[in-house]
Ligand binder design. Sequence first.
Ligand SMILES: *Cc1c(COP(=O)(O)O)cnc(C)c1O
Length: 222
Amino acid sequence: MSTLLERYRSVRSALPPHVTLVAVSKTRGVAEIKALHDLGQRAFGENYPQELREKQPLLPQDIEWHFIGHLQRNKVKYIAPFVHLIHAVDSAELLDEIEKRAAALDRTIGILLQVHIAQEDTKHGLLFEEASAIVRTWDGVRWPHVELRGLMGMATNTEDGTIVHHEFVQLRTLFDELAPLALALGQPFRTLSMGMSADAGIAVSAGSTMVRVGSALFGSRS
Ligand SMILES: *Cc1c(COP(=O)(O)O)cnc(C)c1O
């Protein structure tokens, strides 16, 4: 069996230097996360607000926490004090809640808009037109404590790499179209979060700047 160090090196070395690796630590214990932190990893991703809220105080404070799961409005308060980037924002109402919590804490919270690119309709996310409309009409007065940092997407769960590649390319194309508009509005729109253990390589070849990898680092989840 490979060690954590071997898996970390192999995942990291397969990524170009400009691609950010978010280590997905959902369901993993504090000791496992600490071990990867000891090897130098700083960005970690979690899916469940309560789980993240419990782990965060027990772990090194220089960890950059990414919230990558579907986020309900009534759970924003649990992660707002420390979260670095929220990946899966899919409504203006959720943006309003993030704004409210960030303003009360006098901090700015970065977000990515989640776009629905998979063929399955089980996955959350905005339609291309909806994401585009939010970016084009980004309201800096309504959301002054929110930073629009880019887009996130999850491809169809299939063995067929052609489908996955095609979906990621479509998201990259939308990203390239929206980036100049967002940047002109003063938003730091530079992050395209796509790719997980099974499809990180395909995502990077399609132009991902951030991958979210769990099982390839920590082993499969039970
Ligand atoms: C669990 C999860 C990942 C990581 O999945 P692995 O297959 O373990 O790499 C990435 N993104 C999201 C949104 C997830 O929920």
